[in-house]
Design a protein around this ligand. Sequence first.
Ligand code: NDP
Ligand SMILES: C[C@H](O)[C@@H]1OC(=O)[C@H](O)[C@@H]1O
Length: 256
Amino acid sequence: MTGLLEGKRVCVTGASAGIGRAVAIGCARHGADVAVNFGSDRQGADSAVAEIEALGRKGVAIQGDVAEPESATRFIDGAVAELGGVDIFVNNAGICPFHSFLDMPTEVFERTMRVNMHGAYFMVQAAANQMVKQGDGGSIIAMSSISALVGGEFQTHYTPTKAGVLSLMQSTAVALGKHGIRCNALLPGTILTDINKDDLADGEKREYMERRVPLGRLGRPEDMVGPTVFLASDELAGYVTGAALLVDGGMFVNLQ
Ligand SMILES: NC(=O)C1=CN([C@@H]2O[C@H](COP(=O)(O)OP(=O)(O)OC[C@H]3O[C@@H](n4cnc5c(N)ncnc54)[C@H](OP(=O)(O)O)[C@@H]3O)[C@@H](O)[C@H]2O)C=CC1
Ligand SMILES: C[C@H](O)[C@@H]1OC(=O)[C@H](O)[C@@H]1O
């Protein structure tokens, strides 16, 4: 299926790698022009833009550390300058520096909060202001996690940010409904990317995680494209807002 996002202008944070990159290219495959935010990996962002352009769509890479509130207006203003507006915003950038709880360094805790939570807040706010100005509604999607619902021994600083991002989508759905802006959260399970490469380098842990998934495999970044396009599309999800969609191969419901 193609063309669900024909003529739409999409912004994706953290799109130089992993889920964000796959989603940015997937949106272009469905007809959208795409602005790609990245923190440090310019090569990754440029190669995502090259793939978007190879699909015949406009692409632009805009650097900005999402932990800095001013990156948000810079990203949205840059996207408006290059693409003419913003119809769909995907808040995806995130980090998960695995660490034990009792000796969590303050700076690891604070950085994780700033990137994942503060970054989401100011980015979503900037995107929403632009959509309100355009006056034609919009769709905001945030990459939360199965970790919004369950804990992790080495993720005590991370899981609260994912619960926070889910909560942000619930409250912004309420705040922005009157503007025709839909806000929804995606909750990926374990998707194989750089964020968990070291953690899953342990073969035993990886096999254990695989066994927990009823569909029999860990996720791939491309698994997040269809659910993102669904929530982005007014045709498919025009009456969906404040929702949370697990994309985890069934991991969450697998108690035993
Ligand atoms: N993989 C998984 O199993 C799961 C992931 N998620 C969530 O999905 C999102 C994407 O994760 P994933 O693709 O796995 O991770 P990756 O590490 O593969 O990619 C992370 C992306 O975020 C960007 N990024 C990181 N920090 C910043 C920053 N300060 N400013 C701007 N961009 C930044 C990186 O860009 P750069 O290197 O250029 O800075 C990169 O493009 C995250 O929010 C994560 O919490 C949720 C559930 C499961
Ligand atoms: C980084 C982890 O592997 C990944 O991140 C999440 O949000 C998932 O719950 C996994 O724990």
